[in-house]
Design a protein around this ligand. Structure first.
Ligand SMILES: Cc1cc2nc3c(=O)[nH]c(=O)nc-3n(C[C@H](O)[C@H](O)[C@H](O)COP(=O)(O)O)c2cc1C
Length: 312
């Protein structure tokens, strides 16, 4: 069985495997990690870039929880100009696509960042919609279908060809509403999910750590998002959240994901990519399926008529 069986198409780009490093995990992809078998990776997503540089939050920025961790890095990054001047060109790893993650507090900011990235010939932009909209205090862009639509459309209007991924927050009653809004705004791909809002209590220092929960604890939430959204949209989905084994990654594919995003699972197991890669190949072989793209949604009732329907 050749490597082509794992090739997937996401919007206008092709990935040699559906395995993507999620944003915030490998910095800007500039560090060469000798334990990583790059042949098995499809893409690396950069840490989210904002228009202006951001210092990020004071320590502690990471707090371990049962089956996961809370992070509150605060989007520390050098800003779009320094990113383009110093980081963008160091990412070039042959055969691996770079997805540049951006976030803006207004549609004007994301437009200006997109213009700069398009000029540099970037393959794909992931719009991280989990930051607050400055015009609407305390609400994340992807907590509102209207805001999601206008931010996605703002990027799409700048360039019709760049592969545009909209990354959505699970902190909403019905994620299918923001998913449909992103699709309508012109997203080629959805990434579900970003971290789940959480808080940790540091009794010793009498402080709280507000941040986003990631890791195995959130896998059922991510799977549910993919399960629901796959039934409603036509565009492909990257399933992210709590993948720590090959089986987890397969579950996302069977629920409806075309590719998977691997995040905090890599902190505890640097060889996780090998496991996922092997699980994909093994599943295809055991089930006599030619390519991984044919496995997408196989257990989602949109495709699987034998699915047993139970109430929530
Ligand atoms: C330390 C850390 C930093 C992160 N930074 C970003 C970021 O800059 N932009 C973003 O869209 N997501 C960021 N995320 C979220 C991940 O990309 C991913 O969506 C989330 O952690 C869920 O996946 P996981 O359970 O596999 O970690 C970060 C996650 C962690 C743990």
């Amino acid at each position: 069985m050749g490597i082509k069986t794992l090739e997937v198409k996401l919007g206008r780009i092709s990935l040699k495997t559906p395995i993507i490093i999620a944003s915030g995990i490998f910095s800007y992809g500039e560090i060469n990690l000798d334990y990583l078998d790059y042949k098995k990776l499809g893409a690396i997503t950069t840490k989210t870039i904002t228009f202006n540089p951001r210092k990020g939050n004071p320590q502690p920025r990471i707090w371990e929880t049962p089956s996961g961790m809370i992070n509150c890095i605060g989007l520390q990054n050098p800003g779009i100009k320094e990113f383009i001047n110093k980081k963008l060109y160091s990412i070039n790893i042959p055969g691996i696509k770079t997805i540049v993650s951006i976030s803006g507090e207004s549609t004007d900011e994301v437009k200006r960042m997109t213009e700069l990235l398009v000029k540099k010939g970037v393959d794909a932009i992931e719009l991280n919609l989990s930051c607050p909209n400055v015009n609407r205090e305390n609400i994340m862009v992807s907590q509102s279908p209207a805001d999601t639509y206008s931010f996605v459309k703002a990027v799409r209007d700048i360039d019709g060809n760049i592969t545009l991924i909209a990354k959505l927050s699970p902190n909403i009653t019905d994620i299918t509403e923001t998913a449909l809004a992103a699709e309508k705004g012109g997203a080629d791909v959805l990434n579900l999910i970003n971290t789940v809002k959480a808080v940790a209590v540091d009794i010793k220092k009498k402080r709280i750590i507000e941040g986003g929960l990631s890791g195995s604890a959130i896998k059922p939430i991510g799977l549910r998002a993919v399960f629901d959204v796959y039934k409603k949209v036509k565009i492909p989905i990257i399933g992210t959240g709590g993948i720590t084994t090959g089986q987890d990654a397969l579950e996302y594919i069977l629920m409806g994901a075309s590719a998977v995003g691997i995040g905090s699972g890599l902190f505890s197991n640097p060889y996780l990519i090998d496991k996922i890669y092997l699980s994909f190949l093994q599943f295809l072989k055991e089930n006599n399926i030619k390519k991984i793209s044919n496995a997408t949604g196989l257990l989602n009732e949109k495709k699987y008529k034998g699915a047993e329907k139970r109430e929530d």
